[in-house]
Write a protein that binds this ligand. Sequence first.
Ligand code: SF4
Length: 268
Amino acid sequence: MSTSTKSRNAPTGPSPFAVEAAALPVEKFSDPEVTAKGEPRAHVPLTALETLWFNTGTLCNLACASCYIESSPTNDALVYIAAKDVARFLDEIEIDGMGTHEIGFTGGEPFMNPDMLAMLDDALGRGFEALVLTNAMKPMRRHEAALVALREAHGDRLTLRVSLDHHTQTVHEAERGPRSWEAAMDGLRWLSREGFSLAVAGRLLPGEGEADARQHYAALFEREGIHVDARDPARLVLFPEMDESKDIAEITTACWSILDKSPSPPAR
Ligand code: SF4
């Protein structure tokens, strides 16, 4: 990722989630059809566009150590998407009958986009579910009244998923920067108090077990009065670490039978 100074609150050390693994050999993932060993690469057919994701823009109030898109308060490589552009895509999926039920918004920090509330209103008004990934900090808090109005109008069709990288302040701030913990916790407490459909996205440290992590998150939520069921994998989403520069297996068509999986969804 970029090494330039991105924010005065940016973390100064390496990411605590850094993956220890050999470098990815250059011959892997170089051909879309065959693996480095010359075996046919596995594909999954697109049968429906169940969730349509919008990236709202790369700007973010944070500059996390291992942000997947190198967001920061100064990185505007992906400019803010406008409500009129989102409306055009929403028209298109309705006209084409793409089977979409959910509209997802990610960034950067989506609530920095000046059209965010209009885009949410449009998606929810058309009957879709909406999922917003947010750090629940100041950019979101500026819109409290509008968010409450959307929740009153659309109930649980609006879900906010808050990134709380770890159940400890020390690790969270090593990744997200100093003073990022309390503001995120305060945002979470507010969302919970106001009765929003709420989820949390967390990460596992190298060697940290999922069951242990869920217990620690559950204890934290209990202490803080945050109504998220840490045992529910849809409500506490724990992501495995991914690093595109580190070695990883390539999936071939033979893997379907080895893993007893099918690339096609079951017939309905
Ligand atoms: S809050 Fe999310 S988008 Fe912003 S820098 Fe951190 S990981 Fe990237």
